[in-house]
Design a protein around this ligand. Structure first.
Ligand code: OGA
Ligand code: MN
Length: 285
């Protein structure tokens, strides 16, 4: 079966079939996948249940992997886990546990690792255990948000710099860090407008970690960031993915945002495992 790329919306997102991403990929196959990623921003593969080793091997084709740090149970490994299952025992984590509360921040629209000194190129999430209902992930295109601006508006944001702050965004979700945790996460600054090197298409890197526009009054800064997010998340620029076990999704962290949606974590099990690929030649953490 030939490698096939089929858009899932008229704006962004595509399903990729006809390729086994659990086997070593030849350069020709990966070139097609990489080009599809640059064009569609979100790539969906189905029926590709991955081991940890296979996930790392596929992820490394995109670039160097970030290490996970902090409160996530995958800390100290290349994996971030989104799960209600204890990493050691596999037992369901009680709803009032700090680890469950921490994951609630994923319900905000965000892009992964924008709060790191070197932002991420993309993330790859594998569906290991999927609840029978709920737990979908939504995606939205910030390339579409950029495209929706008129030329004057594009010029006005071209050189803006955004401060991204993980302690700020987790604070919005009501989560507080210990002083020791907080010491590891100084705010960082990144250009708002991002240009895809392969095709020159522009986007905005936004989401919940984006605290403010450097040098702007707080109300104007918030209004701009909210407006850009509202443009990105218009229904026509969004895609909701209902997971099946064995699904693998690659998403752009500079031209798309995503968010988790609820499921009954007291009744059902969910285990999603993410790798995060750095945009730098060498990953930072
Ligand atoms: C992530 C994430 C959403 C989800 O892994 O980065 O935001 O639905 N996951 O688990
Ligand atoms: Mn995420």
């Amino acid at each position: 079966m030939p490698l096939n790329v089929t858009p899932v919306t008229p704006v962004f997102g595509a399903r990729v079939s006809g390729v086994d991403i659990n086997k070593p990929l030849n350069d020709a196959a990966f070139t097609v996948i990489r080009a599809a990623f640059d064009e569609h921003l979100v790539l969906i593969f189905s029926d590709q249940p991955m081991t940890d080793e296979q996930q790392v091997a596929f992820s490394e084709r995109f670039g160097p992997l970030e290490g996970t740090r902090g409160v996530n149970p995958g800390s100290g490994t290349p994996f971030a886990r989104q799960s209600n299952l204890d990493i050691k025992s596999g037992a369901v984590i009680p709803a009032d546990d700090r680890r469950m509360f921490y994951q609630k921040a994923n319900y905000f629209w965000h892009a992964d690792s924008t709060f790191k000194a070197i932002p991420s190129l993309c993330s790859i999430l594998t569906a290991r255990v999927v609840p029978p209902a709920g737990g979908a992930t939504e995606f939205a295109s910030t390339r579409a948000a950029y495209d929706s601006l008129n030329e004057k508006e594009k010029a006005a944001i071209e050189d803006l710099v955004i401060e991204h702050d993980f302690a700020y965004s987790r604070g919005l979700a009501g989560f507080t860090f210990t002083a020791e945790e907080q010491a590891l996460m100084a705010p960082v600054r990144h250009r708002l407008v991002r240009t895809n090197e392969a095709n020159g298409l522009k986007s905005v890197m936004i989401g919940v970690h984006a605290k403010c526009v450097v040098g702007w009054p707080e109300d104007e800064s918030r209004a701009l960031l909210d407006d850009l997010l509202a443009r990105a998340t218009r229904p026509e620029n969004s895609y909701r993915h209902q997971w099946r076990q064995g699904d693998v999704i690659v998403w752009d962290n500079q031209a798309a945002v995503h968010r988790a949606t609820e499921y009954d974590a007291t009744q059902h099990q969910r285990l999603m495992q993410r790798t995060t690929i750095s945009s730098g030649a060498v990953a930072n953490n």
